[in-house]
Design a binder for this molecule. Sequence first.
Ligand code: KIV
Ligand code: ZN
Length: 537
Amino acid sequence: MSDRIIIFDTTLRDGEQAPGASMTIDEKLRIAHQLARLNVDVIEAGFPISSPAQFEAVQRIAAEVEGPVICALARAREEDIRAAAEALKPGKRTRIHTFIATSDIHIDAKFGDERYGRTLAEKRRTILRLAEEAVRLARTFTDDVEFSAEDAGRTDVGYLAEVVQVAIEAGATTINLPDTTGYCVPDEYAAMFREVIRRVQPPPHVIFSAHCHDDLGLAVANSLAAVQAGVRQIECTINGIGERAGNAALEEVVMALKVRGERFGRLQVNIVTQHLTETSRMVSMATGFPVPPNKAIVGRNAFSHEAGIHQHGVLRRRDTYEIMRAEDVGQEPEQIRLGRHSGRHGLFSRLAKLGIEVPEERKEEVYRRFLALADLKKEIYDEDLRRLVAEQPDENPEALYQLMEMHVATGTHRAPEAEVQILNRATNTLHIGRATGDGPVNAIYKAIDQAVGAAHELVSYELRSVTEGADAVGEVTVVIDFNGTRFTGVARHTDVLRASADAYLEAINQLEQYRADRESVTFVRAGIMQSFGGAAA
Ligand code: KIV
Ligand code: ZN
């Protein structure tokens, strides 16, 4: 038995059959070139009889892509096989993959017509003949012929062995036994291969192949179980795309065989794993199917650590929580993602990496503010951290006014309304303001003016995003004027309305501080004047 696993990529055929995943010919070509860089052994490029576009895609891939064997699918029908052979003509190393259904359910549904026989036994005999004829015809075009018994996973194993025997005798070099409906469980699927191989006693050049669908989420597990039963080709797709729930994910199969090589007799797998993530992104872009963040191997979170204990662990020793190296699959190494579950260790080691040393006496305050921000934002980026450390802690204890509560309502058919509750810390009284405005910010500012009885003018308002992402922090800068003197307030928040209110109130607090300072100067000066008899007035 060979010690090498053939990786048969069917992203462009079964993968493209995923509802909504169709790709243009140019996209298919680009992906086929990438699959060649990834070093897959076989590319199933399409099903030429099914449409002119499929035919052309196979033809161009066969003509232009070098390295892997280029394969085309054909039902066990003469016209399909001729179309596949024609499309593959420009290729150097080509394979025809012909298939016919073998399970009773499929026979009943697809071969119901009496011309295939009246009884199940007669229909089964017809299928044996059609399989044999298809393989023989395919062999007249190429020495590399794959035969698939569709729905093998639900086929009577005795009949399955008969079909396989006929296909091998007709010249098939690869025998694929698909779990077409994703119905099998691993030990059952492996047992099917063992039993067929035991009954058929195939010659050594014949390779058995697994092709699994993911209807029960078992496609990868079933493929690996098949390998343990003697299979040496796995049919799979990038990101596991394919009919219904998809096929076995190539990246998962390959990394399982590599990371857990000892469980599979250290079989050789020729994939250049460093290209896995890039290939996954490319397929995702072409199909419009996003890669879930938690997708094994290629997902954005596959090598990210957020929980404090995990971050602490991987910073000490990567293998505490990583079973493979991120860079081996083309991902960024050591992704410490900062969020609400992160601990001090993760935060300060990231800050240190950014070259920011936080003095011991500020650490607690910085961590507390980090957690407050993490409650507002799903993920904290480096830019958030830089700002967090640069900013002065919390609010100004000298501030006269403090925003206690704010409600804003706006809609397509109503004027924006705002209500604010502001505490005057000097008198310990709560002031409420309510207003409508041209926009929500205008309504908030009018409500604040009402609550604090302000007599200033708004000179400018500026909003900009200071960090990335949909939940970015917005920074608002407000300038107000009071009798020719200007005061600036700046505030940041993930909620831009909140940042707008805070910035405005900060400017007002500065104005109040200025007034209080002037009053005390006047008061002191008046006292001095009094003691000198008012001489210098
Ligand atoms: O799932 C399946 O049975 C197939 C065959 C055509 C191999 O895709
Ligand atoms: Zn399939």
